[in-house]
Design a protein around this ligand. Structure first.
Ligand SMILES: Cc1cc2nc3c(=O)[nH]c(=O)nc-3n(C[C@H](O)[C@H](O)[C@H](O)COP(=O)(O)O)c2cc1C
Length: 224
């Protein structure tokens, strides 16, 4: 498979959350997914213990069941909103994010493949693992690999989107897939599909002057 002609900076700044432009009808070869996983697993992980686990779902029947859990998890999340509504409602482009999110939700069962990363050591059990050291170490030992996976997809003309909505139904998905729930945390669900076109653009982000402090928390000083 040939790679897209993109510079490293272009890959890093144009790897988007792809939802409306996922090609739900084009199959994805297992070899391509395995290639991206091999790249992803070069990411750093605490003590190089390689304690992560990765589940790829590409069975259409199973995908339908996972899609139901994804949609159910999203409903659970929406049910937590108070009168002020969706927490991100005020951000730039919120309308587009919402229609795009709903598009993925409605078509989730049509995804050719899906990645479910796992990391051991539950940090939500109120035990010593809940200390910030363990939280940072657990999540830091898998998130970088997931982002590498998304970058590797991008260079091959595929796309994904970081999703966490199903985690409101994490236990149900663990039961469906035979995951030992008390040991493994699920990171999220990551669609895998070819994209419709490969031209993606940098997105809106707050400028660094507003979010970066030099030698302290305040952001008054500039980089020069
Ligand atoms: C931690 C995290 C959780 C997210 N959860 C979802 C989700 O459950 N469903 C979804 O459609 N998008 C989800 N997103 C995608 C964001 O909406 C998206 O990254 C954001 O709108 C910015 O778009 P961009 O990544 O293309 O710049 C999530 C992103 C992150 C980083």
């Amino acid at each position: 498979m040939s790679l897209l002609d993109l510079s490293p900076d272009e890959v890093l700044t144009t790897t988007r959350a792809v939802r409306k432009r996922l090609d739900f009808d084009r199959p994805v070869e297992r070899k391509t997914i395995a290639d991206c996983l091999r790249i992803a697993l070069q990411a750093p992980n605490g003590g190089n213990m390689n304690s992560w686990r990765w589940i790829v779902i590409d069975d259409p029947g199973l995908m339908g069941q996972v899609a139901d859990l994804y949609r159910g998890g999203m409903d659970d999340y929406i049910a937590t909103f108070g009168e002020e509504g969706y927490p991100g409602a005020g951000v730039e482009g919120a309308d587009r994010i919402e229609t795009s999110t709903m598009h993925l939700r409605e078509n989730f069962h049509r995804l050719p493949a899906l990645l479910l990363p796992l990391i051991p050591g539950r940090t939500d059990a109120g035990n010593t693992q809940s200390h910030i050291f363990y939280q940072a170490s657990q999540w830091g030992s898998v998130i970088q690999a997931v982002w590498s996976f998304m970058l590797a997809l991008r260079t091959r003309g595929l796309g994904s989107a970081w999703t966490t909505a199903h985690l409101w139904r994490e236990r149900e998905l663990a039961e469906l897939l035979g995951i030992p729930f008390d040991i493994y945390m699920q990171v999220g669900l990551f669609p895998i599909a070819y994209t419709l076109g490969t031209d993606f653009k940098p997105a809106h982000r707050e400028p660094i002057e507003q979010v970066v402090g030099w030698n302290g928390f305040g952001t008054a000083a500039t980089a020069g």
